[in-house]
Design a protein around this ligand. Structure first.
Ligand code: SAM
Length: 245
């Protein structure tokens, strides 16, 4: 029996496989946390499929099964608010959004910081009403729309970067934002951008008022969360900034 064969057999043992997977996750986390900027961090996450879903590069929370209930509530809210244009930033791979029936004539802008994600979305999903752009929600000006959808994104940003993204929204002409939030979280831990933690937007350092509407989001095998709806004026007041009129 050769040494190589023996090593191979050892690597296949469930306990050893678990240990190797855990070491690999730690290596990825260190590499992401040490990234020089958010684009590098999220490009690593994309290329190595760090969030680990076979269906969506945006992770388990973005599969069709995970978003089934949310998709229905979201489509109903668009009708209620009379939304005619959406900035979906970040859009990730557009896996679940492709099944949302937007009212005819609605302009959709999908944006993400990872160039390769946007190239792929353009090739597969672009249409006259659907545009995909590379955009950093932290550092770039946001295009104006009726609604900024920001699902499962601020949970991956440091508190300072999440505050910058909200400030960019305040500086845009967009009326509403619909953002992932976890009202049950008492304290917003800080993280290096690229890692993950839950965010409660009504707690410090964000201190947004209670959302005017909440949609429930119940991904499979993950903690349930909500998407809160706020106006630009409400976010501006919480951040102590004058909204663009
Ligand atoms: C967990 S996925 C969620 C994607 C999508 N909202 C969804 O619900 O499927 C997070 C996405 O945020 C993107 N992202 C992270 N930081 C960003 C930033 N500063 N600007 C734009 N996109 C960003 C990542 O590349 C990734 O595609």
């Amino acid at each position: 029996m050769s040494i190589r064969f023996l090593l191979d057999q050892i690597r296949r043992l469930p306990v050893v496989r678990r240990q190797l997977r855990s070491l690999e996750k730690k290596r990825q986390r260190r590499q992401i946390a040490a990234s020089p900027d958010p684009k590098t961090a999220f490009t690593i996450i994309y290329r190595e499929n760090v969030w680990g879903s076979r269906e969506s590069i945006s992770g388990n929370g973005s599969t069709l099964a995970s978003t089934e209930a949310f998709r229905a509530e979201f489509a109903a809210l668009l009708g209620e608010l009379g939304v005619r244009s959406i900035l979906d930033a970040p859009c990730g791979d557009f896996n679940w959004m492709r099944l949302v029936a937007l009212p005819s004539g609605t302009r959709y802008i999908g944006a993400d910081i990872v160039d390769e994600i946007i190239t792929r979305c353009r090739a597969r999903h672009a249409s006259p009403e659907r545009e995909f752009v590379v955009l950093d929600i932290i550092r770039d000006d946001h295009p104006t729309a009726d609604l900024w959808l920001c699902r499962d994104a601020l949970i991956h940003l440091s508190n300072a970067d999440a505050l910058s993204a909200l400030t960019r929204f305040v500086g845009s002409g967009t009326k509403f934002c619909l953002i992932t939030t976890r009202p049950d979280v008492a304290r917003n831990r800080d993280i290096p951008t690229g890692l993950t933690r839950p965010v409660n937007l009504t707690a410090a350092p964000f201190l947004l008022p209670p959302p005017r509407r909440m949609l429930s989001d119940r991904p499979v095998r993950e903690r349930p969360r909500m998407l809160g709806l706020w106006t630009r004026q409400e976010v501006a007041a919480a951040l102590g900034r004058a909204p663009r009129s």
